[in-house]
Design a protein around this ligand. Structure first.
Ligand code: PLP
Length: 404
């Protein structure tokens, strides 16, 4: 009799978003005349920019002609895209990444889960708390965690690194030594960042502890402050301890188009085995490559026009973030994030849980946001608002909150 992977049974249902959907549906039914505005949108809303659309059309036309048709993509991705990444994301920042250290993929969500395949089940993971839930969930699936503890809404055998007001929402080095450390900066959901000096401490720690850092830089394009690193490889020694995940989703609107990449340096090794070779093997065996058309679209992001147009989109969202931060501060709330990330992290007023505040906003102002407790135990008492809505709705929503 075959057996299933029973680790999947340990996963909790997607309580956060299903509960939000249920509450919003009930509210709409009871209040059909109210216009509900979402400040909880996690997806981008601006369309793909003209430079990308033009590249897509051109690539589609190429696929119609035998001489320019493209079938299977090369294992690591097309060189034209890896060269553009190498040049713009790394060389221009003084970082030397080789072409065969860049692996084109269908996005950071898949990579953040799949990368676990090259690590043993026995590794102990450490995660920021709160954080993007995919890191923990994929490790649950892989059997790297213990059991879910309902009372604390956390997993045994996972090292949680609280990110709280006291540490400016950037974790401290853990007391217990992990094997795999997930860092995500700028962070979802807190919108917090880490300075280059702070990140250097993590790199030094990982090198000394023999741990690997999986650094999720999906929101790199939102960084506006000079002392915030755009890539972990700006830190000395990062190539011997860090893998970096990147995405075209939030900088260029590829959430539905799908494109990302992972950097696995050749210096990174465990027991004399190079992680780059393992990931290359995995990529070649189990991944058919992002489509040619999409990789050409990704290349267009790095052209002058593409850079100008995608930066305008990021600026549009960040203007929304500023409206949210300024408005909430005027209304007397304590907020953070929103300067280097499209996420604003609000401290719920005294005595209100994250879910109490959700109800308060929905019932009092017809606004939907995301309870912080859904991102980890330390998110209790916080609330995430996102800048991905329209300018008009963001203004309207903040006005309503001010009048609550
Ligand atoms: N990493 C973080 C921190 C995210 O918040 C998200 C999406 O919200 C992703 C990765 C997903 O990226 P992609 O669309 O490239 O899969």
């Amino acid at each position: 009799m075959y057996e299933i992977n029973r680790n999947y049974l340990k996963l909790q249902g997607s309580y956060l978003f299903s509960n939000i959907a249920k509450k919003v549906a009930a509210y709409k039914e009871a209040n059909p005349d109210q216009e509900v505005i979402s400040l909880g949108i996690g997806d981008v809303t601006q369309p793909l920019c003209p430079a990308v659309i033009e590249a897509l059309h051109k690539a589609v036309d190429e696929m119609a002609v035998a001489e320019t048709f493209h079938g299977y993509a090369p294992d690591l991705g097309y060189e034209f895209l890896r060269s553009a990444i190498r040049e713009h994301d790394y060389k221009e920042r003084g970082v030397d990444i080789a072409l065969d250290e860049i692996f084109i993929s269908d996005g950071a969500k898949c990579d953040s889960g799949n990368i676990g395949e090259i690590f043993s089940e026995n590794n102990r993971i450490a995660v920021c708390d709160p954080v993007y839930p995919v890191y923990v969930d994929t490790n649950v699936m892989a059997g790297r965690t213990g059991e879910y503890i309902k009372a604390s809404e956390s997993w045994s055998n996972v090292i949680y690194m609280p990110c709280t007001k006291e540490n400016n929402f950037a974790p401290e080095l853990p007391k217990e030594t992990p094997d795999i450390i997930y860092l995500c900066f700028p962070n979802n959901p807190t919108g917090s960042t880490i300075t280059k000096d702070e990140l250097q401490k993590w790199v030094d720690y990982a090198n000394q502890a023999g741990a690997v850092i999986i650094y999720d830089a999906a929101y790199e394009a939102y960084i506006s402050e000079d002392n915030v690193p755009h890539t972990i490889y700006e830190c000395d020694g990062a190539k011997t301890c860090a893998i970096e995940l990147r995405s075209f989703s939030k900088n260029a609107g590829f959430t539905g188009t799908r494109l990302g990449f992972t950097v696995v340096p050749k210096e990174l090794e465990s027991d004399g085995v190079k992680l780059n070779a393992l990931w290359a093997r995995r990529h070649g065996t189990k991944f058919n490559g992002a489509p040619y058309i999409i990789q050409r679209a990704g290349e267009a992001v790095y052209t002058n026009e593409g850079q100008k147009q995608t930066k305008e989109q990021v600026a549009y969202y960040m203007n929304n973030a500023k409206i949210i931060i300024d408005g909430l501060k005027q209304a007397g709330y304590t907020v953070s994030g929103g300067v280097n990330a499209p996420y604003v992290w609000l401290e719920t007023p005294q005595g209100m849980s994250s879910w109490d505040f959700f109800d308060h906003l929905l019932e009092g102002a017809s606004i939907v946001g995301t309870p912080g407790s859904g991102f980890g135990p330390s998110g209790e008492g916080y609330f995430r608002l996102t800048a991905f809505g329209s300018y008009e709705n963001t203004l309207k929503a903040i006005d309503r909150i001010k009048n609550l």
